[in-house]
Design a protein around this ligand. Structure first.
Ligand code: 173
Length: 322
């Protein structure tokens, strides 16, 4: 009797465990990047994927399909939302068409480690889930600033008469300084510079060599502003479909990648030197003007986000401001 009952329980347990076992079978996630493949954001992403794949045999694999040639830069968010792809390496500015809040990530005044503790990470996921069917996995670039690069000299923060390449990251700020702006994906900047279609562009301190823009750049304006954000997002359904073990595995690797974000400071210093070494000159302002320049950058960015998201803009500002 006891034996029989035990056998029955064993069968029941097996039946209950079966779906778990089935869902724990290896899953392959399809990934793309909003940045061109030869940028170091993507090189680092691919190195990470290689590690995930090496350790994830039988559990989880990531198949990197490609950069903007696979899915155009400003369409990656939608591809992740609809599940055309499962995972994207991108920045918020590339999917503000889905949710204006995405651009707020650049305004975080603390690192991702702290965001995971102070409620910011939960808030991001609440908004990303609700508004775009996305899961925000983690951040791969931080502690680095954006700059304005120019081919014409300025002596004060006045961009009147200049045409500047932007993404949503810089749009409101440069416009508020009088610039005429033109939005392009990173992959189109070189041609725009070469043809003289733009007099300058916004970009982080790091990366202008990746796409040879240094050949067409005379000046960098200091100080840098905001907090460069590159992150990994996922289709929410794809995330939910993963087993607990698969999610844990992915999170473990994401945290390991975030732990390496401290490298960005050193990379920024090296890039600053490298830019000087190829003859890119620095334009800087006096302390008072620099302070106003930075305050304006932050103010216009928040004003824009809060205007387009009266619901979540103020909440994001609260968790992202020290
Ligand atoms: O394309 C861009 O200038 C941009 O928005 C961006 C954002 C993060 C990192 C690099 C570029």
């Amino acid at each position: 009797m006891r034996l029989l009952r035990n056998a029955g329980l064993a069968a029941l347990a097996a039946a209950l465990l079966a779906p778990v076992a089935a869902s724990a079978q290896q899953v392959t996630l399809r990934a793309v990047s909003g940045f061109p493949e030869n940028t170091s954001y993507v090189t680092k992403f691919n190195a990470w994927i290689a590690q995930v794949n090496a350790e994830g045999k039988g559990l989880l694999q990531i198949n990197f399909i490609g950069g903007p040639k696979a899915i155009p830069t400003f369409e990656v968010g939608n591809a992740a939302r609809t599940g055309v792809v499962d995972m994207v390496l991108t920045t918020g500015a590339f999917y503000t068409n889905l949710m204006p809040e995405a651009d707020a990530l650049k305004l975080a005044q603390m690192g991702i480690a702290e965001q995971r503790k102070n409620g910011a990470f939960e808030l991001i996921n609440k908004i990303w889930n609700e508004k775009a069917n996305l899961y925000y996995l983690g951040r791969t670039c931080e502690d680095q600033e954006f700059h304005l690069y120019l081919n014409k000299k300025i002596d004060k923060p006045d961009l009147t008469g200049l045409k500047i390449r932007v993404t949503p990251v810089y749009r409101d700020f440069f416009q508020s300084l009088g610039a005429t702006v033109m939005t392009t994906a990173p992959g189109e900047v070189y041609t725009a510079l070469e043809r003289g279609v733009v007099d300058g562009y916004g970009w982080p301190i790091h990366g202008i060599f990746d796409l040879n823009w240094h050949e067409k750049t005379k000046y960098r304006v200091d100080p840098g502003f905001y907090n460069v954000e590159v992150s990994i997002i996922m289709n929410l359904d794809a995330w939910k479909k993963l087993s607990a073990a698969q999610r844990q595995f992915l999170q473990k690797h994401m945290l390991a990648l975030e732990a390496k974000n401290s490298e960005w400071r050193k990379i920024s210093d090296e890039e600053t030197k490298r830019q000087a070494s190829v003859g890119i000159q620095t334009i800087s302002f006096d302390a008072e003007t620099s302070k106003k320049y930075l305050a304006r950058a932050t103010e216009v960015a928040w004003a824009s986000i809060i205007k387009s998201s009266p619901q979540y803009g103020p909440q994001l500002r609260k968790v992202f401001t020290r």
